[in-house]
Design a protein around this ligand. Structure first.
Ligand code: ADP
Ligand code: MG
Ligand code: ZN
Length: 485
């Protein structure tokens, strides 16, 4: 059977406010003593009353506008009731049938085929995060479970897509774009590993000819793009196999098991919660004036799509190069800074996307703390263009710059690695190489053109790579052709 993959995503984005969504406690929960950033409201003590954080609403609206959503002039907070030790009130304040924002979309360009697709956003609603359970393990056994409420009441925006995504690759591109958008907006750091952005994926397979959706499973617990991709691919395979074997996919929530590279059942449909939603009586309906929405709209920064367009237009970069540069805001900033000093934009891009990213990746360093500044990289590239150093030596210098933080000019002077473009100096070396390699010279003269490559190599070895290969080649040929028989 010809089948379609159907994917819909639910993404939690942690809004980067200083204080929590319904109280004045700090939102800093990483590296803090457990339960220090708490108060009666976020501990769910009797009598604690929630007060909505205006900044959280503003950040949520910023995001919703960037996702082309309609902002509802009235939205309602609901109680979502369930019991779990990390949820002290035994309900989560969330939004239900009247969310903050609805009916948006994101446009994507996917893969080598550059397929354009439009993923509809169903809704974006605000809610509070829960606390965190910390399990103490001994010899692989959980011996104790502790709870830390520092994260309780941290503001989240949940973004839900329509089931419009057609491949795991498309899902990843969607998420990478979303991460760029929230980073550019400054509403979230978009860190999947630390959980400030979390994604649950809903997947089903259907007969291409059918208009009905197949039964879906929901997969949770992936904390990197790589894990999401693998979990989706695993689930697609698993469901296809069930269908091929004439079995049914059962509707359930599954967990990605990173260690064993598979998804495993968490709970089936029968065990699904009945959340008994009802309006939160301690919060008024949230009214948002058009004038505020317009004000926020006017204050939005340049978004990744617009920046990408500007990069292709103003710097003549390919779509691919431009998208890679703008995906991470600070990388785009770095490029723009270097581009002020250095105008061969394609060459600059290549050095950033290959050398710089490779070294940063190996060291696990962020671009914002790169030991080689944008200005410094531009200086190195100028040295190559002025033929002070060869491209090959520039890579060695680059490595030294990365390790020591010194400038290219300083390192080149200290190391004596400047390129030899003095013809006389090279002449002397060539004479010696010819003398030492009579056989190769004869080979060349009897018509074996390739023998010259070996001789060039010898000259390069004697100069430690500091001669210009083109110059060496020409001089060598000239000399050998002049030799007497
Ligand atoms: P639930 O009530 O199970 O949470 P929703 O209708 O709220 O389901 O949808 C949750 C997410 O699952 C949305 O992102 C939606 O696009 C996606 N989804 C719904 N049905 C399917 C399906 N058959 N296959 C894949 N994704 C689906
Ligand atoms: Mg749902
Ligand atoms: Zn609090």
């Amino acid at each position: 059977m010809q089948d379609d993959i159907v994917i819909g995503l639910e993404i939690h984005v942690q809004l980067s406010t200083k204080t929590k969504i319904f109280c004045n406690c700090s939102t800093d929960y990483i590296d803090q003593e457990p339960n220090t950033n708490t108060c009666p409201v976020c501990l769910g003590l009797p009598g604690g009353l929630p007060v909505l954080n205006k900044k959280a609403v503003e950040l949520a609206i910023r995001t919703a506008i960037a996702l082309n959503c309609r902002i509802n002039s009235t939205s309602i907070f609901h109680r979502k009731n369930y019991f779990y030790p990390d949820l002290p009130k035994a309900f989560q304040i969330s939004q239900y049938d009247l969310p903050l924002a609805e009916e948006g979309f994101m446009e994507l360009i996917v893969g080598k085929s550059k397929k354009n697709s439009k993923i509809r956003i169903t809704r974006a609603h605000m809610e509070e995060d829960a606390g965190k359970l910390v399990h103490i393990e001994e010899k692989g056994q959980i011996v104790d479970s502790l709870v830390d409420y520092n994260r309780s009441c941290v503001p989240l925006l949940e973004i839900v897509t329509e089931p419009d995504i057609r491949s795991s690759e498309e899902a990843i591109v969607f998420l990478q774009n979303l991460r760029s958008i929230v980073q550019y907006l400054g509403v979230c750091d978009g860190n999947l590993e630390c959980g400030s952005m979390r994604c649950d994926a809903n997947i089903s397979i259907r007969d291409s000819k059918s208009h009905q959706l197949g039964t879906k499973t929901e997969v949770k617990n992936m904390n990197s793009f790589r894990a999401i991709k693998r979990a989706l691919d695993y689930e697609i395979c698993r469901q296809r196999k069930l269908i091929e074997d004439g079995e049914k996919v059962s509707q359930e929530t599954r967990r990605w098991d990173e260690a064993n590279n598979q998804t495993v059942t968490m709970r089936s449909k029968e065990e699904a919660h009945d959340y008994r939603y009802f309006p939160e009586p301690d919060l008024l309906p949230l009214k948002i004036k058009d004038s505020w929405v317009n004000e926020i709209k006017d204050s939005l920064p340049e978004l990744p799509v617009d920046r990408k367009e500007r990069f292709t237009r103003d710097f003549g970069l390919s779509d691919y190069d431009a998208s890679r540069l703008v995906e991470i805001k600070s990388l785009g900033d770095y490029f723009e800074e270097a581009a002020r000093d250095y105008k061969d934009y394609k060459k600059l891009t290549n050095w950033i996307l290959s050398e710089l990213l490779r070294y940063l990746g190996e060291e696990g360093t962020e671009i914002s703390s790169s030991p080689i500044s944008a200005e410094s990289l531009a200086e190195l590239l100028h040295l190559i263009d002025r033929k002070v150093i060869s491209g090959k030596i520039a890579k060695t210098i680059f490595e030294k710059m990365f390790k020591t933080g010194q400038s290219a000019t300083d390192l080149v002077q200290k190391s004596g690695l400047t390129q030899i473009s003095d013809k006389e100096e090279i002449d002397i070396i060539i004479e010696k190489v010819i003398e030492d390699n009579i056989q190769s010279v004869q080979d060349y003269r009897s018509g074996k053109e390739k023998a010259v490559n070996f001789l060039v190599g010898q000259v390069m070895r004697h100069t430690k790579g500091r001669a210009q290969p083109d110059l060496v080649l020409n001089l060598l040929k000239e000399k050998m052709n002049k030799l007497e028989n």
